[in-house]
Design a protein around this ligand. Structure first.
Ligand code: ZN
Length: 255
């Protein structure tokens, strides 16, 4: 009886978490998946279609977050971020032995490049790769340990209680009130973005930005439309950059 109740409880809780996760952050990840799909080589497109059994990159881009409510996936929690002090860059920090977003991205690439990897293993790591290239371009996934990348910084968003991480993960993107395809189409028009293939470069750029975010938020207790407008060009260019970066990585993996 107790077991039945606890299973039922788990199902209810995971449904609740699932529905929340489905809202938080999903548009940004889908935009990135869509932009990447539109910039893949035909070879990469074909191999990805086989691995994902026809599912699109946009569709699988949020899977890694959805699975976080499953206790079996707790061990992958550290894959979604890396915490760094503001005065140190990735090569200088003490590494988390549970892993971090850069170690995870590199692992995904190794598994995908290995011809001996099973399709199941490739599918798992491809879904993570698509998600994590998105996460690392959101500056607060490279934030401070003390406030868990802004999760512990309570702040209002347009007058309603929120936190700094959520504001940057999803709320400022949802503010555009666009579906992911329309937002991807809007971003793709601007083609002039150069991207690096090295995850440490991506972490460096996010880290530079997160320092600014932390210093500019001091004394602010509400995110208003002005704050969104000021940060909008960065957010959009970052979504675009993440999409092109993901395509570049996948084109290299499946060349
Ligand atoms: Zn994530």
């Amino acid at each position: 009886m107790y077991r039945k109740i606890s299973i039922l409880f788990f199902i209810i809780v995971s449904q609740f978490l699932y529905s929340n996760k489905d809202i938080w952050g999903s548009i940004g990840h889908k935009v990135i998946g869509e932009i990447a799909s539109q910039n893949l080589s035909s070879n990469a497109t074909n191999q990805i279609e086989k691995i994902l059994d026809g599912q699109s990159l946009a569709l699988v881009s949020t899977w890694a977050d959805e699975m976080r409510s499953n206790p079996e996936f707790r061990k992958y929690d550290a894959w979604h971020y890396v915490n760094m002090p503001l005065n140190k860059e990735y090569p200088e920090i003490q590494k988390n032995n549970k892993g971090d977003i850069i170690q995870a991205i590199n692992k995904c690439i190794v598994v995908l490049k290995n011809k001996k990897s099973s399709n199941e293993l490739k599918s798992f790591h491809l879904k993570y790769l698509v998600h994590l290239v998105g996460d690392i371009h959101q500056p607060l996934h490279v934030g401070r340990f003390e406030d868990r990348g802004g999760n512990d910084i309570k702040i209002n968003f347009l007058g309603k209680a929120s936190n700094l991480h959520r504001v940057w993960d999803s709320q400022m993107i949802e503010y555009y009130k666009l579906d992911y395809k329309s937002l991807a189409d809007e971003l793709i028009i601007n083609k002039k973005i150069k991207v690096s293939i090295n995850p440490i470069d991506w972490s460096y750029e996010s880290h530079q930005k997160v320092k600014k975010i932390y210093s500019e938020i001091i004394g602010i207790d509400n995110i208003n439309p002005d704050y969104i407008a000021i940060n909008s060009p960065f957010i959009k260019s970052q979504l675009h950059k993440a999409g092109l970066t993901l395509a570049k990585v996948l084109n290299d993996v499946f060349k």
